[in-house]
Structure formats: structure tokens, C-alpha cells
Write a protein that binds this ligand. Structure first.
Ligand code: NAD
Length: 487
């Protein structure tokens, strides 16, 4: 099974059904390498959002009262459905996101872990019995669902970034309204709906509303949507936070990064170059946890730059669906041209391209840059392309200072032959995540994923952090006998 299910075509998914025509029309879904339109999604409009919210509001209270075992069974069923549909998902992720098979396999595995871990979470949202200063009072803090959760997701890892919200939110008794990116409405939304339909999720609890700004804004402003979980750029996240602030609505933001890979002078050179190449070039550098800055100590800098350039030159680039290549196309021409312009600006500022630097249609060759100016956008901003700028530093203090000189704070890595030196430096880095002797792109369903500063606001995704994220506390008291008051 490699094709799009006919039922999904031109549809939105609401109230337990694939509906067409969608109120907003349709969105063509392109194979990112060939440009071929291989599916047509429905495009939601405000009317679809309002109907979906009404259906979710009607369904959520009964869902929250189901036993945890019933909710967990649906999540395990969705994991089984994903295993059954793995070949279909693999082909669709490759075509819709323009990635290699390995990244599609990763997404399927990670989404399965999210479902399995969420099934376990359904029984773990425990409360507490509190000591009380009132004699005879039974005082409880219990966990209750938030209600209706609007999820807005990007195009780069559409299946797993959707699932890391949907699975725990449903497990904990909420309903979810998902707006995937218009670049990836199939594996970011409609195909996920099919999994929950296969698993027997009651109607109304999960809705897919493909669309862009208008649909996203309606989800954020709808008075019945109690929380918005947004994954995407810092620029859009800031707008969403402003709107949510005005409405006093809970918001959780997983945003962009400009992550540092620090290579200390005692690191193994080949290992460091391999980790550096993966950190910057994996999926064309289009992940929030891509290394956008290589901070390298002087003693190893020239050799590291040469080794990284050799690895970049050895990577094949092309159509990942038809050919066995290492990197695929950029997601669209806007992203490609933006990255090319940042590279050109850096060269005008004195940077030197020692590998790559060229584009061909939708393809961007993996690129290594030295002599980067600290004020170039290529250094200060998220690149979202396979470009590795290298800056040379002296001691560990300078490495930490340069790494921390950013408004972002998502992830950093430290590569060293001395693990404790690595830990000491890692603890000085201002970011939500840090890895010693591994690449910057890391994610596990149980680990608290998220950033600080301009990289995120709200809690963390993963493991028990999801309980904080998708439930709220209710204080419940029971008093024995009639309480006595002065009037
Ligand atoms: P984007 O911010 O352009 O769009 C993200 C989502 O928001 C899309 O669904 C889009 O349609 C929607 N949207 C756009 N404008 C909106 C508005 N005004 N109101 C409501 N919704 C709106 O990001 P993108 O280009 O899809 O994804 C790339 C970005 O996502 C990068 O910055 C990357 O770092 C970030 N990202 C972060 C994480 C993380 O976990 N921190 C993970 C993946 C991607």
C-alpha cells in the first residue's frame, strides 16, 4: 500500500468522517522532488473549524470519563494500525516531505513510540491527597483534562510532531483539533486520522483541518479551544503567543533554534566530522535541532573543516523516492532562495565556501563555510538548509560564550575525548537540551524535549512532562459535617 486512500482526497476530517467538499476548497499535495501532484487535500475554512470544535466539545466530556484502559486500548490500536500501514506511510512521507527512507522510518518508529508511551500515560495522571489545616477536611489535588486542544504543526516532521501532541493529549482525556502545514496535509493530518479511525476512536475527539494562517488563527481565537500547542517558527509563535495572551489562553510553543555543535581540540577528528555532517545536513538541514553553528577549537579547526568538507562533497543529492541518495530536495523554492540569499550575504561579509554552495532546481548541495562573520545572518539566524558555518575559538570559556551568544536556546552538542570536560561545558550552555559526544538532532518519546529563550515557551514534550502539559490540577475538598461560619 503506497498510495493515498481515496477517502482522504479533497477532504477534511471532522466528527469521525472524511468530509468533502471542504469549505475552503482544495490544496494540491506535491512530490517535493518531481513537483508531481500526487494527492489533493481538502482546505478547511472557518466554517469547518467551527463545526469541528462543536463536535469535539460534544465528544470530549464522555471521553474523559472513559476508563484509562479504554483510552489506552485506542492508542495501542492506532500503533497497530501504523504498523499495518507502515509501507504506505513510508512512501507518503518520502514524497510529501522530500526525505530519504531512513527519515521516514524514523518518523514511523518515533510516532509508534509516542502512541505506546501515551497508552501508558493514560493511567499515570495521578493526583495527591493533601494535608489540610481544616479538621476533618479531605483535601485532594486531582488531574483533569484541559478540554479541547488546538495543535498547529510544521511540515518538516509532520507525522511525529503531530503525534507527540495528539497521542498524550487524547490519552489524558482531551480532544484534539489538528491543523497541519499546507505543505504536508496528508502525513501531517489526513493519514493520522485514518489510524485513529482504524483504532475505533469515538467520533469528534480528533479532527484534521488542513489550511494555513486563517485556519490556524481561528483555532487560536475560538473560545472553546482551551489550549494551543504550536510547533513552528519563532516569528509565527510570537504572533500566536500575543493572541493567546490577549485571550488569556494556555499556549505551548516549540519554536526554532540556532544550535551549536562545539568541537573541542581533544575530539576524535573522524567521529567529529561524521557527527558534524549529520547534525547540519540530515534532512537538508531542515529541522529545528539542526546544528547551524560549528564552534571549533583552534587546535583542530583546519583539520575539522577539511574533514567536514570531504564528507559534504561525498553526499549524493537527488530524488529520494526514485533514487538511492543521501539528501533530497528543499521543501519549497521560498526556503531554498532564502538560504541561498543568506549564504550570498555571508560571502559578501567575507565567508569562504569550502564545499557545496550550489543549487540545482529544488536541490541544495551540502555546504561548509569558514571565515564566517559573527554578524552574518548565516551565523545569527536559523538557516533551515544544509549549510555548516564554522567559527574558530580558543579555550572552553570562549566556546561557551560564543555558543550562548544567541537569543535561541533549543539544543547544543559538545564533542570531546574527555567526557567530564564535556559535561562541565555542557552545563554552562544555555539551552533546553544538550548532548555530549553526539549529534544535535536527538528526540526520544520519554525525554523532555523543548527549548528556552526564543526557542520555546511552555512546558516540554515527552514522558511525564506531557502530564503537566495536557492536564490541569483541580483542588477538591470534602468536609465532614456542616462547616461553621460567622454569618
Ligand atoms: P511556520 O511557523 O511557518 O508554520 C508552522 C505552522 O503554523 C503551519 O501549520 C502554518 O500553516 C501555521 N501558521 C503560519 N502562520 C500562522 C498564523 N499567523 N496563525 C496560526 N498558524 C499559522 O513554520 P514551518 O515553516 O512550517 O516550520 C519550520 C519552523 O518550525 C522552523 O523554524 C523550525 O525550527 C520550527 N520547528 C520547531 C520544532 C520544535 O520542536 N521546536 C520542531 C520542528 C520545527
Amino acid at each position: 500500500m503506497g498510495a493515498v486512500d481515496q477517502a482522504w482526497q479533497e477532504s477534511v476530517y471532522s466528527d469521525g468522517h472524511f468530509h468533502r467538499p471542504a469549505a475552503g476548497g482544495t490544496i494540491p499535495v506535491r512530490d517535493k522532488a518531481s513537483g508531481e501532484i500526487f494527492a489533493v487535500s481538502g482546505l478547511a475554512a472557518e466554517a469547518d473549524v467551527d463545526l469541528a470544535v462543536a463536535a469535539a466539545a460534544a465528544a470530549q466530556p464522555a471521553w474523559s470519563e472513559r476508563t484509562y484502559a479504554e483510552r489506552a486500548a485506542v492508542l495501542r490500536g492506532a500503533a497497530a494500525a501504523l504498523a499495518d500501514r507502515a509501507k504506505q506511510f513510508r512512501d507518503l512521507i518520502i514524497r510529501e516531505t522530500g526525505c530519504i527512507g531512513g527519515k521516514a522510518d524514523y518518523e514511523i518508529g518515533a510516532a509508534t513510540s509516542e502512541l505506546v508511551e501515551a497508552a501508558g500515560l493514560a493511567s499515570r495522571a495521578t493526583g495527591e491527597v493533601l494535608p489540610s489545616s481544616h479538621p476533618g477536611r479531605f483535601s485532594l489535588s486531582e488531574r483533569v483534562p484541559i478540554g479541547l486542544i488546538g495543535a498547529i504543526t510544521p511540515w518538516n516532521f509532520p507525522l511525529v510532531l503531530g503525534m507527540r501532541v495528539i497521542a498524550p493529549a487524547l490519552a489524558l482525556g482531551n480532544a484534539v483539533l489538528l491543523k497541519p502545514s499546507p505543505e504536508t496535509p496528508v502525513t501531517g493530518g489526513l493519514a493520522i486520522a485514518a489510524l485513529f479511525e482504524d483504532a475505533g476512536l469515538p467520533a469528534g475527539l480528533f479532527q484534521v483541518l488542513p489550511g494555513d494562517v486563517e485556519v490556524g488563527q481561528r483555532l487560536v481565537t475560538h473560545p472553546d479551544v482551551a489550549m494551543v500547542h504550536f510547533t513552528g517558527s519563532t516569528k509565527v509563535g510570537r504572533q500566536i503567543a500575543q493572541t493567546a495572551g490577549r485571550l488569556l489562553k494556555k499556549v505551548s510553543l516549540e519554536l526554532g533554534g540556532n544550535n551549536a555543535l562545539i568541537v573541542l581540540d581533544d575530539a576524535d577528528l573522524d567521529q567529529a566530522a561524521m557527527i558534524g555532517a549529520w547534525s547540519s545536513f540530515h534532512y537538508q538541514g531542515q529541522t529545528c535541532i539542526t546544528a547551524g553553528r560549528h564552534i571549533v577549537q583552534r587546535g583542530i579547526a583546519d583539520a575539522y573543516a577539511a574533514a567536514l568538507a570531504a564528507r559534504a562533497d561525498a553526499i549524493s543529492v537527488g530524488n529520494t523516492f526514485t533514487d538511492d541518495v543521501g539528501l533530497g530536495p528543499m521543501i519549497n523554492s521560498i526556503q531554498l532562495e532564502r538560504a541561498a540569499a543568506m549564504l550570498a550575504e555571508a560571502v559578501r561579509d567575507g565567508a569562504r565556501i569550502i564545499a557545496g554552495g550550489t543549487t540545482d532546481g529544488p536541490f541544495f548541495r551540502p555546504t561548509v563555510v569558514t571565515n564566517i562573520s559573527p554578524s552574518s545572518l548565516l551565523w545569527t539566524e536559523e538557516i533551515f538548509a544544509p549549510v555548516a558555518p564554522i567559527m574558530v575559538v580558543g579555550d572552553d570559556d570562549e566556546a561557551a560564550a560564543v555558543a550562548n551568544d544567541t537569543e535561541y536556546g533549543l539544543v547544543n552538542s559538545v564533542l570531546t575525548g574527555d567526557t567530564y570536560r564535556g559535561i562541565r561545558l555542557a552545563r554552562r550552555l544555555r539551552a533546553g537540551m544538550v548532548h555530549v559526544n553526539d549529534a544535535t538532532p536527538q528526540d526520544e518519546a520519554l525525554a523532555p524535549f523543548g527549548g528556552i529563550g526564543q526557542s520555546g515557551l511552555g512546558g516540554r514534550s515527552g514522558g511525564d512532562a506531557n502530564i503537566e502539559e495536557f492536564t490541569q490540577r483541580r483542588w477538591l475538598t470534602v468536609t465532614e459535617g456542616p462547616a461553621h461560619y460567622p454569618y
